[in-house]
Write a protein that binds this ligand. Structure first.
Ligand SMILES: [Zn+2]
Ligand SMILES: [Zn+2]
Length: 247
């Protein structure tokens, strides 16, 4: 009953120090944490799922992993553990919005007095130094038993996202057409910078053993660099919004 009671020579197992539900044989604090996780899963919200999983993990720290997972799945269904993995794969960096910090000098436009912003080199943003631009939560904060699964999910997110690259016009067309409004351009740049950071992070991950993926991601990074170069003038040239007046 009292967790701070005297340590006795009693040989009963450790869990007996906590109140146990006689019907299930589980410590009550574990059951409570399990219930919390259930409500979090039902809410489908990333943060509550991650924090309640961490609490459950602390409550069941002495349990073998397979037993721990089977408690989760028998309480909340066979996909419950996969939902937890998915939540961690979507967990956000606490220090930024979407991986980029809007440049304070040009307020994201990439230019100052019609010239390239010297602060951000025309990008309009700088990658968050905390998540290195991925907008993902620190991989070291993902519990060890989930890391492989989270890595696979993140690969899947990135693959899906990278497929959108093929819908963009070629770098050469982008450069000549000036096809984006400044707002749209900012969105595209921010998306590309984040995707690039994610590709980079996944290829550098100790989880990654697939040489093919590394080669493919490096090719994608080069394509992104080409597009970014077309979208972000590397020299002091006025951007699209002024072109209308000049032509
Ligand atoms: Zn700037
Ligand atoms: Zn960040």
């Amino acid at each position: 009953m009292c967790a701070h009671g005297p340590i006795t020579a009693d040989k009963s197992p450790r869990v007996e120090e906590q109140e146990t539900n006689e019907a299930s044989g589980l410590p009550r604090h574990f059951e409570e944490a399990l219930k919390e996780l259930g409500s979090a899963i039902a809410s489908k919200k990333v943060e509550p799922i991650c924090t309640s999983y961490m609490a459950l993990r602390r409550a069941g720290h002495a349990m073998p992993l397979h037993e721990f997972v089977s408690h989760i799945e028998s309480a909340h269904g066979p996909t419950a553990h996969a939902v937890v993995i998915s939540a961690f794969s979507h967990r956000k960096c606490f220090m930024c919005e979407d991986g980029g910090i809007v440049c304070q000098t040009c307020h994201g436009s990439g230019q100052v007095d019609r010239f390239m912003c010297p602060q951000c080199d025309g990008m309009g943003l700088r990658p968050c130094t905390f998540c290195l631009g991925t907008s993902w939560n620190d991989p070291n904060e993902v519990p060890g038993e989930l890391r492989k699964g989270v890595f696979r999910r993140q690969v899947a997110h990135v693959e899906k996202d990278a497929a959108r690259l093929s819908k963009l016009p070629d770098a050469s067309k982008l450069k000549s057409a000036g096809s984006f409004s400044p707002a749209k351009r900012g969105q595209v740049v921010s998306w590309l910078v984040r995707l690039r950071a994610r590709l980079n992070s996944l290829t550098g991950s100790p989880m990654d053993s697939e040489a093919n993926r590394v080669v493919r991601y490096e090719a994608l990074i080069r394509r992104i660099d080409g597009i970014l170069e077309a979208l972000v003038p590397a020299h002091a040239a006025p951007l699209d919004e002024d072109d209308e007046d000049e032509i």
